[in-house]
Design a protein around this ligand. Structure first.
Ligand code: C2E
Ligand code: MG
Ligand code: MG
Ligand code: MG
Length: 290
């Protein structure tokens, strides 16, 4: 009887074992296979200079081309990939692929842009990270000053001393450094001063809401002023409207990235934009000053 009841319990637990658990296990398995099956691809999103309207950089963004689910966005699989310990390998592939792509565009005579690459937390804490990056630059022939590394405040704060050491080594190599999603993490201004950074990227959550939320507008202005006082450029992420663009332009933000100009694109489509040398329409901004 007890046995039967026990079994009943197991059965009901099993049947209630919700879709989430099954989905996770399935995801885990297919994520492990994704690497062998070469299902990862990079998309590229232009970063625009607000003074000239020119493209100045391209951010490489990882996509998982799942055979059944289609394109899986990074938020859905990077945390799991980190847990499974495969991010350093995938991240190294991202770096190599992005550098190689950038080198090919340069060789084809297209405008020379900075290639901006996100590092995962596990990648960032590798002790030989800077050697690995140097090796990839060497291998692909991309000039170090054409590469920018993006890391978040929380990645830096995990171990400030070794972060400072890595960032300084990058700086010596002439690789550019950006803080990603600035304002969403926790960082100490005292530390910020010690990092040899080039850019602060304002997280898209602030940009999305600042035209509606006065607090977000205040934050955006504060970040711009903080960045400038540290001698850094500001990139606004997730710019979708002319209103946002205009506000940023008027307040001295140097660069923007967002659907207003272009979403992340497959390499071939990005190449099209580069060939056209497409520019940001700054009509409104100019009307203001002339
Ligand atoms: P992120 O580095 O802050 O990248 C910017 C994100 O904003 C991208 O999301 C991009 O598609 C999105 N975005 C750009 N413009 C707009 C806009 O106008 N509106 C909206 N709603 N979104 C916009 P995505 O590609 O989904 O990537 C999410 C995050 O995943 C990235 O945020 C980054 O933290 C991480 N990630 C992406 N690729 C990689 C990678 O190769 N390695 C690592 N470690 N992380 C990556
Ligand atoms: Mg980024
Ligand atoms: Mg990020
Ligand atoms: Mg960001």
């Amino acid at each position: 009887w007890a046995k039967a009841q026990g079994r009943g319990c197991i059965r009901s637990y099993t049947s209630e074992m919700n879709a989430q658990v099954v989905e996770r296990l399935t995801m885990e398995q297919s994520l492990r296979q994704a690497w062998e099956r070469q299902e990862f691809v990079l998309h590229y999103q232009p970063i625009m200079d607000l003074q000239t309207g020119n493209m100045v950089a391209v951010e490489a963004l990882l996509r998982w081309q799942h055979p059944r689910l289609g394109v899986v966005p990074p938020a859905k699989f990077i945390p799991l990939a980190e847990e499974l310990g495969i991010m350093p390998t995938v991240g190294e592939w991202v770096l190599r692929t992005a550098c190689l792509q950038s080198r090919r565009w340069q060789d084809a005579g297209l405008p020379m842009l900075t290639m901006s690459v996100n590092l995962s937390t596990q990648q960032f804490i590798q002790v030989d990270l800077t050697d690995r990056v140097a090796h990839i630059l060497d291998e692909t022939g991309l000039p170090p000053s054409c590469l920018a590394i993006e890391i978040t405040e929380s990645q830096i704060m995990q171990d400030v001393e070794s972060a400072v050491a890595s960032l300084r080594a990058f700086k010596e190599m002439k690789v550019h450094l950006s803080i990603d999603d600035f304002g969403t993490g926790y960082s100490s201004l005292i530390h910020l001063k010690r990092f040899p950074l080039n850019r602060l990227k304002i997280g898209k959550d602030f940009i999305h809401d600042f035209t509606k939320t006065p607090e977000d507008e205040t934050i955006v202005l504060a970040v711009i002023s903080l960045a400038h006082s540290l001698g850094l450029k500001v990139v606004a992420e997730g710019v979708e409207t002319e209103e946002q663009l205009r506000f940023l332009w008027e307040n001295g933000c140097e660069e923007m990235q967002g659907h207003y100009f272009s979403p992340p694109l497959p390499a071939s489509e990005m190449e099209g934009l580069l060939q056209e040398n497409r520019q940001l329409p700054l009509r409104l901004a100019y009307q203001q000053c002339h």
